[in-house]
Design a protein around this ligand. Sequence first.
Ligand SMILES: Cc1cc2nc3c(=O)[nH]c(=O)nc-3n(C[C@H](O)[C@H](O)[C@H](O)COP(=O)(O)O)c2cc1C
Length: 175
Amino acid sequence: MKKIGIYYWPLKGNVEKTAKTLASKLTEYDVTLITLEEATIESFDNFDFLIFGNSTVGAPHWEHATTDNKWFLMFHQLEEKNIDFNGKKTAFFSLGDQVNYPHNFVDSLELVHSYLEKLHIQTVGNWPNKGYEFYESKALRGDNFIGLVLDLDNQPDSLDSYTSQWVEILRQEFV
Ligand SMILES: Cc1cc2nc3c(=O)[nH]c(=O)nc-3n(C[C@H](O)[C@H](O)[C@H](O)COP(=O)(O)O)c2cc1C
């Protein structure tokens, strides 16, 4: 059974809900849910495939907004230890709010992705941008988002169907 590590942050909100929903649907894999608080740099080696989940909370420059942002702490550790993911297949999901933040919709999906891309992940699990209304998002690549995008603030019913569709995409690509 292939192993998937789902790394996510923050806790107790829509990101955690989505991480647990995805884990419950990836039934043919051995899935481990790991919060960024628990994550160690060494743990990435335990998995065949990786998934990272986050939410955009704040403007794009959030590295400088706080000194204890868990994503940046992880990125700095990865850089310090010179980690290379050697093409490991990696997917991303991200939570945002297209109504209140239409100019920065799920921007931090791109932020997390761009750090890990430098360390030679292979990105899988792109997601079409249809069904959302927003002006700008850094997370777009042409007509697709880098990963699954969910706006549970405004489209709460999308969780079940979007995660099911995305898991189907991952099944094709996590091989
Ligand atoms: C202070 C604050 C800032 C936010 N900024 C953004 C933003 O820039 N872009 C976006 O798409 N969503 C933004 N959101 C919406 C969150 O990403 C969204 O509510 C998400 O579901 C939160 O997930 P969580 O409960 O797991 O943190 C913001 C929410 C808050 C409270």
